[in-house]
Design a protein around this ligand. Structure first.
Ligand code: ZN
Length: 64
């Protein structure tokens, strides 16, 4: 019994640490790998990868 409870407690803590929420909208951030391509100097393409955290505040900008 006691063991189960502590396991549950740990699991809950781990989950709450992993999913951080936005202070403004309260949405859990969704990690997203955003790949953008840029054409640099007319011939070569450059790919940029960046990790962004998406919540309701910025999802429209990210997915636009
Ligand atoms: Zn937000």
């Amino acid at each position: 019994m006691a063991k189960q409870q502590s396991f549950q407690d740990k699991a809950t803590k781990a989950a709450s640490m992993k999913g951080s929420k936005c202070e403004k909208c309260g949405t859990v951030f969704q990690p997203l790998l955003l790949v953008t391509s840029e054409q640099s100097k007319s011939t070569s393409w450059k790919f940029n990868e960046r990790r962004v955290l998406v919540c309701k505040c910025n999802e429209k900008q990210v997915y636009a």
